[in-house]
Design a protein around this ligand. Structure first.
Ligand code: ATP
Length: 367
């Protein structure tokens, strides 16, 4: 299947908008890569340049290792699936799926066989005679997929293909799409602004902001070890706690980490000390995910961060506590808090170093 490599790819539109700014990205053979970012960050423009629908202003687009900048879209062996599915309303499901084969001059008999195969693989074999208006949203989405895979593309490009569907169907189809593309082994680049979609579907996620690539990695990597403050603040719900802190390394080998008004004294062999020790004398931003903070009794001994619960939020499977720990508020997973018996007293927080990150910079950059 087709690999994709973007080398210093930039797109500046005629009005001066820099939609994509010097992006470098490799998509491996058979990989499911998700481009994630807020509206307007340049995801669709990247996809359109891979498809050949937009020319890069500079840089190189390589498909299967070959320079593709001047290759017309139809010679790229790519299939695109859009948000609105773009089905032909006057054609039956069968004719919609067969359409790319007709364009390619495939004879009626092999064409019919291929359409039947694809439709049955997608579970829409029984609606081949219907028009798109007689289908459910999920079925229409499958027809669009069918039309995309019928020519056995080397590369799938999908631009928010689920965004017009209700949330139940989205969840169902995202498993189906990622399952299907893996079964077919087709390299896929999938654009979305929905992080749940990105984290559940992707082999790797590429996160963009204002035309610039911020981070690329597996869902576990970008969630657990975000490369930038922006990614740390962007990924995850609730968002990562980001606290400004100062670091002081004492000669007798312990570290003071001051978070707001609270100072924590960490022994030298604590992994949190090693993570921050080379920022001696600096102000840094420390990231802590809610699920990495363990609530303990406020009078617990040791390196405990103390706070007062401002309010609790119950989500059925978990409860979140929003705490004031001085000048800042943070959010914590409160295990075992019962909605009918909210205890809104004080909390000590321990083990917050578990996935503690250190970022240099200020939290405002993460907004
Ligand atoms: P969305 O999720 O809203 O589709 P996106 O991340 O896919 O957003 P793009 O559609 O790639 O973003 O757009 C990136 C930037 O380029 C935006 O600021 C957009 O307004 C701008 N842009 C896109 N197409 C053009 C164009 N033809 N001319 C000028 N600017 C454009």
């Amino acid at each position: 299947m087709t690999t994709v490599a973007l080398k210093d790819v930039t797109k500046v539109f005629k009005d001066g908008t820099v939609a994509v700014d010097s992006i470098n990205l490799d998509v491996n053979d058979g990989e499911f890569m998700v481009l994630l970012g807020p509206s307007g960050c340049g995801k669709s423009t990247v996809l359109r340049m891979i498809a050949g629908l937009e020319d890069p202003t500079s840089g190189a687009v390589l498909l299967g290792g070959e320079l593709a900048n001047d290759l017309p879209p139809r010679e790229r062996r790519v299939a695109m699936v859009f948000q609105d599915f773009a089905l032909y309303p006057h054609m039956t499901v069968g004719d919609n799926i067969a359409f790319p084969l007709r364009l390619a001059g495939v004879e009626p008999t092999p064409r019919g066989e291929r359409v039947t195969d694809v439709a049955s693989a997608l579970g829409i074999g029984d609606v081949l005679g219907r028009k798109p208006s007689q289908l459910s949203g999920g079925q229409r989405q499958r027809v669009a997929m069918g039309r995309a895979i019928v020519r056995r593309p080397g590369l799938f490009l999908m631009d928010e293909p689920l965004s017009n569907l209700d949330s139940g169907l989205r969840a169902e189809l995202r498993a189906e799409i990622s399952g299907l593309t893996r079964e077919l082994g087709v390299t896929t680049v999938y654009v979305t602004h929905d992080q749940a979609e990105a984290l559940t579907m992707a082999d790797r996620v590429a996160i963009m902001r204002k035309g610039v690539l911020q981070d690329v990695g597996t869902p576990t990597q970008v969630y657990g070890r975000p490369a930038t403050l922006y990614v740390a603040a962007f990924l995850g719900s609730p968002r990562m706690n980001l606290l400004e802190a100062s670091v002081y390394v004492h000669l007798d080998r312990y570290v003071t980490l001051t978070l707001g008004e609270q100072a924590l004294y960490l022994p030298w062999d604590d992994i949190r000390s090693r993570a921050v020790a080379h920022y001696h004398g600096e102000r840094i931003v420390v990231g802590m995910r809610a699920e990495a903070l363990t609530p303990v009794a406020p009078d617990s001994p040791g390196d405990v961060l103390r706070g007062r619960i401002r309010y609790l939020e119950h989500h059925g499977h978990e409860s979140l506590a929003f705490l004031d720990i001085g000048a800042t508020a943070i959010v914590v997973d409160e295990l075992g808090v019962r909605p009918d018996n909210p205890d809104t007293g004080q909390r000590g927080l321990r083990r917050f170093g578990q996935v503690m990150q250190r970022f240099t910079g200020r939290t405002s950059e993460g907004e």
